[in-house]
Design a protein around this ligand. Structure first.
Ligand SMILES: *[C@@H]1O[C@H](CO)[C@@H](O)[C@H](O)[C@H]1NC(C)=O
Ligand SMILES: *[C@@H]1O[C@H](CO)[C@@H](O)[C@H](O)[C@H]1NC(C)=O
Ligand SMILES: *[C@@H]1O[C@H](CO)[C@@H](O)[C@H](O)[C@H]1NC(C)=O
Ligand SMILES: *[C@@H]1O[C@H](CO)[C@@H](O)[C@H](O)[C@H]1NC(C)=O
Ligand SMILES: *[C@@H]1O[C@H](CO)[C@@H](O)[C@H](O)[C@H]1NC(C)=O
Ligand SMILES: *[C@@H]1O[C@H](CO)[C@@H](O)[C@H](O)[C@H]1NC(C)=O
Ligand SMILES: *[C@@H]1O[C@H](CO)[C@@H](O)[C@H](O)[C@H]1NC(C)=O
Ligand SMILES: *[C@@H]1O[C@H](CO)[C@@H](O)[C@H](O)[C@H]1NC(C)=O
Length: 430
């Protein structure tokens, strides 16, 4: 299927014009192929009314190459939206940035800030970066379709802004002059910190209750001047003021009616250990199942469900009231990727739904990109008939330890340093 000519239909179904709850896209450059083309994985999270869609993904500039789509739709009767998580594998010539446009249909009804039809753009930069000697990796982020906050409670939405290239990640509202949205009025109930991607909600009047559309653009900026090189050697220099890639982060913020108390753990669910912290970094070896335990409580309301957004084949298990496990088994072809997972717990009291704070974590597959030193306390008993030199220990024993760690799945380029102390054996057994 050629993206440059065809509309890539993410879903085609019945006709309901006002269906859209937002979307997030991120991408990963994967392999460089024998013919010089590059494989780019585009991850999307598209949230819509169940069983309705007009939304399509098209190539809106330059050559987006050819595409294969893998997707799943999570349907639920309890909620008003369906979450479609998927992966578009593109094969592109790595010579020019290209733009993908998600469009068609309209946001849900009764949006408080004037918003037009659906529009979300993703800019992919496939050229070789001088600082990393590989193509740019986009920031990794995610969000849920519908986040809720009572009108009388302050809340910060501290978005995940993980970037494997170490770029500076910033957020801004989509700009209609730049064709990034169709009528884009930022929600007046939120303050955006562009440098940290924190959206702050302050208590507001009941007149502001209802759904607000949030249309953000997340961008990564190099921390020094870099050059981008095409396969034919043509170079372009960009500065710290130039965004390398651009991602859409769109969702609905629903301001609900005031709650009797904003204290977490009464009406609003409160996370308990072992729930990971917001922005926690988790590690998942390939082919092993990662389990993320989520625990939440509320004394007055009843915990009803967990909402999450993560890799398309992540599963949820309910253990009991407020206790959930998200499980995911990354495959070999996801090695080196970092997948964002966001979740909230919902509770109900007198037919009113309350959400916990939003938490997002990043799952690094196969290796830890920013290793922190691990100090292992190893005690070994080595018996020898002659005294061992330090060189002998390094050449033989350290290598034995390295081989053992490798067989346990650690990366082969793992720097291993041993600080050892020796104690004279009190007795030598034969
Ligand atoms: C990027 O450029 C570096 C340095 O010229 C080179 O070693 C590397 O193989 C290139 N990477 C790709 C993906 O072409
Ligand atoms: C939108 O982009 C245009 C062109 O870069 C710029 O002049 C304008 O200030 C931007 N508007 C906002 C609201 O950022
Ligand atoms: C945004 O920040 C300004 C200045 O701190 C404050 O006056 C205003 O109330 C805030 N607005 C919202 C919606 O939080
Ligand atoms: C980065 O590039 C800009 C524009 O080419 C130039 O003015 C600036 O001096 C460069 N900065 C550094 C640190 O090289
Ligand atoms: C909820 O109830 C438990 C047990 O009675 C109590 O320890 C906890 O402080 C209560 N939580 C809140 C937020 O009041
Ligand atoms: C969840 O929190 C409750 C209350 O503190 C505790 O009893 C329970 O053991 C926790 N669950 C897990 C899986 O840790
Ligand atoms: C997740 O669910 C799918 C479909 O129900 C199943 O095939 C897969 O094995 C499950 N994965 C895990 C890690 O439980
Ligand atoms: C990655 O590997 C898994 C399991 O081997 C396979 O099901 C999946 O289709 C592969 N994904 C891509 C994009 O090739």
């Amino acid at each position: 299927m050629s993206l440059s000519l065809l509309l890539l239909l993410l879903l085609v179904c019945s006709a309901q014009a006002s269906h859209y709850y937002g979307s997030v896209m991120t991408y990963y450059p994967k392999t460089t192929n024998a013919d010089g083309s590059m494989t780019v994985d585009l991850h999307y999270n598209l949230n819509i009314h169940c069983g309705s869609v007009f939304t399509v993904l098209t190539c809106s500039s330059n050559n987006c190459g050819t595409a294969v789509v893998h997707s799943v739709s999570k349907e639920s009767d309890i909620f008003t939206w369906c979450q479609n998580e998927g992966l578009v594998t593109l094969q592109v010539p790595p010579n020019a940035p290209f733009q993908l446009l998600l469009s068609g249909g309209a946001w849900i009804n009764f949006i408080r800030n004037s918003i037009g039809s659906v529009k979300a753009v993703t800019l992919v930069e496939p050229r070789n970066r001088s600082d990393t000697s590989q193509a740019n990796r986009s920031p990794q982020t995610n969000i849920l379709a519908l986040v809720r906050v009572p009108s009388n409670c302050p809340r910060d939405f501290n978005l995940l802004t993980f970037d494997l290239d170490g770029d500076q990640v910033k957020c801004r509202y989509a700009n209609s002059t730049l064709s990034e949205c169709d009528q884009c009025t930022p929600p007046s109930v939120l303050n955006l910190s562009t440098q940290s991607c924190i959206l702050s909600f302050s208590p507001t009047d009941s007149i502001n209750e209802g759904p607000w559309a949030v249309q953000l653009v997340m961008e990564d900026f190099p921390t020094q001047n870099i050059t981008l090189t095409r396969t034919d050697g043509v170079q372009t220099t960009i500065t710290t003021n130039n965004a390398i890639s651009q991602l859409p982060v769109q969702f609905v913020l629903r301001v609900d009616r005031a709650v009797p108390s904003c204290t977490e753990g009464l009406y609003l669910p409160k996370f308990l250990p072992p729930t990971p912290d917001n922005k926690a970094q988790l590690y998942a070896p390939v082919d092993e199942t990662l389990e993320i335990s989520i625990n939440a409580t509320a004394n007055i309301s009843m915990i009803s469900d967990l909402l999450f957004s993560g890799p398309y084949n992540m599963n949820q298990t309910t253990l009991g009231a407020g206790q959930y496990i998200l499980s995911w088994t990354p495959s070999e072809n996801q090695t080196g990727e970092s997948h964002p997972v966001c979740f909230v717990v919902q509770a109900v009291f007198n037919s009113v739904t309350y959400q916990s704070e939003l938490r997002c974590v990043i799952v690094n597959v196969g290796y830890d990109p920013f290793p922190i030193p691990i100090f292992l306390g190893l005690r070994m008993k080595v018996s020898a008939l002659f005294s061992l030199s330090e060189d002998y220990i390094i050449d033989n024993i350290v290598e034995l330890i390295r081989a053992e760690l490798l067989s346990q799945g650690l990366p082969s380029d793992l720097p291993l340093k041993l600080n050892f102390s020796t104690t004279a054996p009190s007795a030598v057994s034969p």
